[in-house]
Ligand binder design. Structure first.
Ligand SMILES: [Fe+2]
Length: 220
C-alpha cells in the first residue's frame, strides 16, 4: 500500500512539473489490473483500455532485476510505436494544419528510432513484445480515420496527447524504481521522447480537456 501510494505521489509530481494544465481536469481516474492504464470516464466510454492480467514476477538478469513495471514499460513503448508511427505518417499527408504536419514528421522519425531501441531491449531482456496495437489504440485509430479537415487534426492531437500522458507517468515511475541498468537507460530515453511529443502536440494549440489524463487524488 505504501509502495502504491508512493507511485501515485511520484506520478502526481511528474505531471505537476510538466503539465500544470492537467490540474484543471479533476475527475475520477481508474487503473486496469496492471495498474498501467489511466483513464477518465469519457475516454473510457469511447475508447476503453483492454483488460489486463496481474503480473508481479521479478526476473533476475545480469543487468539487475526486471520487475513487472519494467516489462510493462517496454511493452507499452512498443505498443505506442505500433499505432503512433503509422498515424504520424498519415498525419504528414492528411493534416490540414501546417504545424500538425510539421510535428508529425518529427514524431515519426523519433518513433522509428524508439521502436528500434525497444525491440533491442526486448530481445536483450527476453521480454515478448506486442505486434499490433491494442483495442484502445485501434479505437483511437478508427476515430481519427472517420474524420477530416480540422476535425481530423483536433482528434489526432487529442488521442496522441492523451496516450502520451498515460505513458509519461509510467516512464517516470520506472525510471525512479528500476534496478535494471538496461531498463533505466531505456526509461530515460523514452521519458525524453514522450515529454518532447507532449510539448509538440500542445504547441499545435489543439489540445482540449479530453486530451489530458486526470491528475491523481492526493492525500495530505
Ligand atoms: Fe510518441
Amino acid at each position: 500500500m505504501v509502495k502504491v501510494f508512493s507511485f501515485l505521489v511520484l506520478s502526481f509530481i511528474t505531471i505537476l512539473v510538466h503539465s500544470k494544465d492537467v490540474l484543471a481536469h479533476n475527475k475520477t481516474r481508474n487503473y486496469d489490473s496492471t495498474g498501467s492504464n489511466v483513464t477518465i470516464a469519457g475516454v473510457e466510454r469511447n475508447c476503453p483500455p483492454p483488460a489486463g492480467v496481474v503480473d508481479d514476477a521479478v526476473w533476475d538478469t545480469e543487468w539487475g532485476p526486471v520487475t513487472a513495471a519494467d516489462r510493462l514499460l517496454v511493452r507499452k513503448v512498443r505498443l505506442a510505436s505500433l499505432w503512433e508511427l503509422p498515424m504520424a505518417q498519415e498525419a504528414i499527408q492528411r493534416a490540414q494544419g501546417a504545424r500538425v504536419r510539421q510535428i508529425s514528421a518529427t514524431i515519426e522519425a523519433q518513433h522509428v528510432f524508439l521502436d528500434s531501441a525497444v525491440r533491442s531491449v526486448g530481445q536483450q531482456l527476453g521480454i515478448d513484445l506486442p505486434t499490433e496495437p491494442n483495442s484502445q489504440q485501434k479505437c483511437f485509430i478508427n476515430d481519427m480515420e472517420s474524420r477530416s479537415g480540422h476535425d481530423y487534426d483536433v482528434t489526432y492531437v487529442k488521442w496522441l496527447r492523451f496516450a502520451h500522458g498515460q505513458i509519461f507517468e509510467l516512464t517516470g515511475t520506472v525510471r525512479s524504481t528500476t534496478q535494471n541498468s538496461v531498463v533505466r537507460s531505456f526509461a530515460e530515453t523514452a521519458n525524453l521522447f514522450v515529454l518532447g511529443h507532449m510539448q509538440m502536440l500542445e504547441s499545435t494549440g489543439f489540445t482540449a480537456n479530453s486530451s489530458f489524463p486526470v491528475a491523481p487524488p492526493v492525500m495530505h
